[in-house]
Design a protein around this ligand. Structure first.
Ligand code: ACO
Length: 317
């Protein structure tokens, strides 16, 4: 039978990084480093340069994922890219990435699931690989999120950053159903009744932060339980938690729920802020580059975002 194995990870962050104080000064915000960092854990964020597109960042992340997998672009037959900040309604950002990578074969398309986008893209790519629709897929989360922020709303504009992350999935023949390698399962959910608590309206992000917080911990906890149960595992089997990076308090709550020591939870929110669909693959790239996550490790990923959408994925590296 066929499984999707994560062959390589990559990430890209724009060169410009602003501290909370620098952001406040640049956008004349009535806020403070203490307010932002105590409530969210955010200390800095990267911002795309003028003219730097979501596709530019996505392509850069893909190049690293390919290089770290020892793969050539000619082996890629699918690009599935999650973003809330596409460069245009069409062409999709995924086809723009395909062009930048010089890939002429296969297919590419975007996925819209806000901050849960990477988990959705991973789920779709994994299903397509398992059914033979493609053999090798770049799964990308890429965001120029600071372009949709309302700089007069201090409750949202301090929370987000720009960047991209990618993984290369490869179809790999494994012995049987019980084989414990690659993407083990993905679990996707949405509930449109809560669409208005986190949305883009008139081109800008609007969020009822407390409402989002209230949904986050319970929905993430149930997705994580579902993922573990589906694989006959319990929380003691998890070696790494790679959560969506929205808020350090939500991340800490999930780490505590799983009984994981803080050093087993990958955190980038302090340096990247919330990069929406890019946050999980950026965190994966971080923790594989420095050797924390290695071959054989069981990694649990989870995310919640506008929609509401939420989900979890389990992968054996
Ligand atoms: N600096 C200073 N004061 C601020 C700021 C700021 N940047 N933002 C809001 N305030 C003020 C408000 O004006 C309000 O003042 P008031 O009491 O005088 O009216 C006060 O702080 C409290 O505002 P709340 O919005 O109620 O602040 P809260 O304590 O809920 O914290 C936060 C806001 C950090 C966004 C929190 O609700 C949260 O973490 N929510 C989770 C949502 C999240 O992480 N979203 C990320 C995107 S969604 C996702 O990726 C899952």
């Amino acid at each position: 039978m066929i499984r999707s194995v994560i062959a390589g990870t990559g990430g890209y962050l724009p060169a410009r990084s602003l501290s909370n104080d620098e952001l406040a000064a640049e956008y004349n915000l009535d806020t403070s480093d203490a307010w932002i960092s105590e409530r969210t854990g955010i200390r800095r964020r990267h911002m795309a340069a003028p003219g730097e597109t979501t596709a530019d960042m996505g392509a850069a992340a893909c190049r690293e994922a390919l290089a770290r997998a020892g793969a050539d672009a000619s082996e890629v037959d699918a690009i599935i890219l999650a973003t809330a900040t596409p460069d245009s309604a069409f062409p999709s950002t995924a086809t723009r990435v395909q062009e930048k990578l010089g890939i002429r074969q296969g297919f590419s398309f975007d996925i819209s699931a806000a901050c849960t986008g990477f988990i959705y893209a991973l789920g779709v790519a994994d299903s397509m690989i398992r059914t033979g629709a493609c053999r090798s897929a770049l799964v990308v989360g890429a965001e120029a999120f600071t372009r949709i922020l309302d700089w007069s709303d201090r409750g949202t504009c301090v929370l987000f950053g720009d960047g991209a992350g990618a993984v290369l999935l490869r179809a790999t023949e494994v012995a049987g159903e019980g084989t414990d390698s690659g993407i083990l399962s993905t679990h996707l959910h949405s509930d449109g009744r809560h669409g208005d608590i986190l949305q883009v309206e008139g081109g800008l992000v609007r969020m009822a932060g407390r409402e989002v917080f209230r949904h986050a911990v319970s929905k993430l906890a149930s997705a994580v339980d579902e993922a573990l149960k589906a694989n006959g595992l319990d929380q003691t089997d998890v070696q790494w938690l790679v959560p969506h990076q929205a808020n350090a308090r939500i991340i800490d709550a999930m780490g505590r729920k799983l009984g994981l020591p803080p050093e087993r939870v990958v955190v980038t929110v302090d340096r990247h802020a919330n990069t929406s669909a890019a946050s999980i693959p950026l965190a994966l790239a971080d923790a594989t580059r420095d050797g924390r996550i290695g071959a054989g490790d069981l990694v649990l990923m989870e995310a919640i975002g506008g929609g509401l959408t939420w989900g979890a994925a389990l992968a054996r590296f």
